[in-house]
Design a binder for this molecule. Structure first.
Ligand SMILES: [Zn+2]
Length: 232
């Protein structure tokens, strides 16, 4: 009898077109904590949804800034998960749709990445629209040129997702023969809703420490992503 891990590896090897859907668990091996575990520590506010909301950015830009700064890990490096996915895209059609805002899939060299919730490393001034470097933003939240407040191009609570990201993700999912969900409990909607656009006869694999809330039939490998991808 073949175990689930071997079965999943075999499916990925045979696949011609894969979509990976990734979450915070993919970045923890690069030393990036899930922000949900960081709240309360910095501001005594037990509510990440507020700290990362449009309202907070507007009403209390300094509170927003102090919190968001903690999410930056500019020296974090792609780990084995990011690298193996990038490697697979050299021989297969691979699309990566990630909830992560750390750019690590891009840094690993994956050519097709949708950062569904935006990127921390793309900053701009809200007043004049100019791009601002991350190092400038890390020093001060005000744009040197015009005094406007800088923000990262991430999708905050209360804000809409990019239409083109949604369209690209749906088109990849509708063509993939394998959908592999890694390092996410799959509770964030609409990200998790994307699964409904998969090709009906595609196979779904889940690599996660815990079982996830997913109605679709799937093969669950209950393991940390870094352990699984080390064996591919
Ligand atoms: Zn400006």
């Amino acid at each position: 009898m073949i175990d689930l891990e071997e079965q999943a590896i075999e499916i990925l090897k045979q696949a011609k077109n894969i979509v990976f859907m990734t979450g915070a668990g993919v970045s923890t091996a690069s030393g990036i904590p899930d922000y949900r575990s960081m709240t309360g520590v910095y501001h005594g506010v037990d509510n990440p949804e507020y700290l990362l909301s449009h309202t907070c950015l507007k009403r209390e830009p300094d509170v927003f800034y102090q919190f968001v700064k903690q999410l930056y890990h500019p020296s974090a490096k792609p780990n084995v998960i990011h690298k193996k996915m990038a490697e697979l895209s050299q021989t297969k059609q691979v699309g990566i749709v990630t909830q992560n805002i750390d750019d690590l899939h891009i840094k690993a060299g994956s050519p097709n990445v949708v950062s569904f919730h935006g990127s921390l490393y793309d900053c701009y001034c809200q007043k004049c629209g100019q791009s601002v470097s991350v190092s400038d933003y890390m020093q001060i939240m005000y744009h040197k040129e015009c005094g406007g407040i800088i923000r990262p191009n991430v999708v905050l609570y209360e804000e809409g997702l990019s239409e083109s990201n949604i369209e690209t993700a749906i088109s990849w999912l509708s063509q993939a023969d394998v959908v592999c969900i890694v390092g996410t409990t799959f509770q964030v909607y609409p990200f998790s809703g994307l699964i409904h656009y998969r090709k009906p006869d595609s196979q779904v694999i889940v690599i996660n420490k815990e079982p996830i809330s997913l109605m679709e039939p799937h093969l669950l490998v209950q393991q940390k992503g870094e352990n699984f991808f080390s064996n591919i």
